[in-house]
Design a protein around this ligand. Structure first.
Ligand SMILES: *[C@@H]1O[C@H](CO)[C@@H](O)[C@H](O)[C@H]1NC(C)=O
Length: 295
């Protein structure tokens, strides 16, 4: 075969791959923070790059800050690249989450607990369903999240909520609503990111206070992707299993075998707290989902 023929075949292959992705995607974000998000509080503590692609937020003695998506969503996958506060960040909390902001709220949280230099960064996750949380899990990240951007994702569909770090599933919360376990599935949620002072509890259980001389504390966000069903007041539309709602299709109803392997690796080597193992806290009456399968 001539080289140019090989080149043509490679090109056609690439095009086809691209087309497969296009037909499956329902990307609803522009990649421009100024277009898809608004600053919830303290605009003076937020910087956005000229092209809108990167945003940083800071915490100092005066204030923290936060931004929120303009739209609300019901199911989908959201990816966000985050670079966390470098140096001594003990007491700070960077949160990236979905929330319905209702009294009986649903919420899916990533919370990065600032650290003391030399210790690994702790990532706490939590889930509120129908107003109740108490579902914390914590892992040590296996890399330094302050050196580079890493991708933190939430896949949320009719069957499961999967938290991922660089595509590795670190947590799964299955829809066991048929067995009486609350599951976020009716309330649309917005996407939020915040940085705030959590030194009453976050690091060392509240022992490690913020050292303001090490501030300001800055976290950066970029390359987010919102592939989700925009809430337009009709749950049926978002609950449908269609090619545009790809996250609701069979393929995404459980972890793949490869994902299971990674998931087990995280839980074996990096998990440091699991509410489902905290018998003391729940006085031997662990929440119902703890005894049900995760996939
Ligand atoms: C925004 O840019 C200014 C000027 O460079 C800097 O002083 C400030 O700390 C930055 N804030 C954030 C949140 O990055």
């Amino acid at each position: 075969m001539h080289n140019y023929q090989k080149l043509m075949i490679a090109l056609i292959g690439l095009l086809m791959l691209g087309m497969v992705q296009i037909s499956r995607a329902s990307l609803v974000s522009t990649g421009d923070f100024n277009k898809d998000f608004f600053v919830m509080w303290s605009p003076s503590h937020v910087n956005t790059s000229a092209d809108g692609g990167t945003r940083s937020m800071k915490l100092d003695q005066e204030s923290g800050s936060g931004f929120s998506s303009n739209q609300m969503f019901l199911f989908g996958q959201i990816d966000m690249q985050i670079k966390l506060v470098p140096g001594r960040s003990a007491g700070t909390v960077v949160a990236y989450y979905l929330t319905s902001d209702q009294p009986n709220r649903d919420e899916v949280d990533f919370e990065f607990l600032g650290n003391v230099v030399g210790r690994p960064y702790i990532l706490q996750t939590n889930i509120y369903a129908d107003g109740f949380d108490d579902r914390e899990e914590r892992i040590n990240l296996w890399f330094d999240p302050t050196k580079d951007f890493h991708t933190y994702s939430i896949l949320w569909n009719l069957y499961q909520i999967v938290f991922m770090v660089d595509s590795i599933p670190i947590r799964v919360y299955r829809n066991h609503a048929d067995k009486g376990v609350a599951y976020p599935r009716w309330q649309p949620m917005s996407i939020k990111a915040t940085i705030w002072n959590g030194d009453s509890w976050a690091t060392g259980g509240g022992r490690d206070k913020i050292d303001w001389s090490k501030g300001p504390f800055i976290a950066s966000f970029r390359n987010y992707k919102i592939d989700a069903c925009i809430w337009k007041g009709n749950a049926r539309f978002c609950r449908a299993e269609s090619s545009s709602n790809w996250w609701n299709t069979e393929q995404f109803s459980t972890l793949t075998s490869m994902q299971r392997r990674w998931f087990k690796w995280v839980r074996k080597y990096h998990m440091i707290y699991d509410y489902c193992q905290d018998n003391q806290r729940f006085q031997n009456k662990l929440p119902k989902e703890c005894s049900l399968p995760k996939y």
